[in-house]
Design a protein around this ligand. Sequence first.
Ligand code: SF4
Length: 339
Amino acid sequence: MQILGEEDLIKYPFLEETKQYIAKLGLTLDDFTSNEFEKVIRRCELRLMSSRYPPELYNLDKDTDLLSFMLAVIIIKASQREDVITKFAFNEARRAEFFLKTERNKNILTYILKRLLNINVYEVDYAIGNEYYEYAIHVKDYVKLSSSLKSVHWKIVNKIISNGLVYLKRQELIRLARDKIFQEIFKRIKDAPTPIVPQKLQYLVDIVRNRPIPKKLYEGSTLTEDPPCAKQILDKIKSGKNLSHYERFFITTFLLKKGKSIEEIVNLFSSSPDFNEKIAKYQVEHIAGLRGGRKKYNVPDCKTLFSQGLCYKDDSCDNISHPLNYKLKKSDGSHDRKK
Ligand code: SF4
């Protein structure tokens, strides 16, 4: 059944339909050195260099956009930079998530979710109070898809289950799809053989290869504001909600790095319903390297937080790869980022 239009393939270029479409064109890498593919090369450069969010649908023809995606994948593979593979997969997954969230045609949305997740997805119509559930998937599929999401929200005990199916809201299923897209794109690039790129296109590989290595926290710099991922958890604490283990771990490492004392952090956790001062103090001290093996834990990077379902990236994140690089200010008062 062909229900996807040109625009859908442009929005979701990693779908099997795209692969089949491109394969039918019968092109080789050498073909891209011809002037005929100039527009594809320009679009590919954009894909490699920017990750605008929310994403734009460029006013291009289907071939240009799809071929630029395929070429970007090849160039990134040739660069052999794992951090760039991760970043690219991350950005493409976020881009797809945005389009899924704004998809008005439910038939298309359901079709794409089924194709992406590669499982049975059932449309349901179920409401409890203000909560509306539009989809259901088998318990075993849910457990697999949600395994990397550590927040209590995703725990199976907190889900509505009936006849072996887990009921999900539209946004929840899209969120699960986002992780799957990330994993698929990452795996596809990682598993692909390293291509031999024609000389004329080698400069694209150099663009990627010479990209600066993601910055670690600047010595002598301070955060001027908390990033969205940290704000989210701090708001949760303020509203008296329990944190998942990983949320607690991240926010503790983050606050320690910001210079908060053990007492201040324990005090902050004291509003959680499951607070136990002795346990909380032990855990914070452990993370600070004052207990057990005396290992001081680092603040997780954006990739790890994303895989844990704790990234709430918005425009202000400005392509950073670590929450400690968010809106930095150097000790001389100047800003490392323009925002
Ligand atoms: S991109 Fe990084 S800093 Fe921004 S919300 Fe996600 S994890 Fe936090």
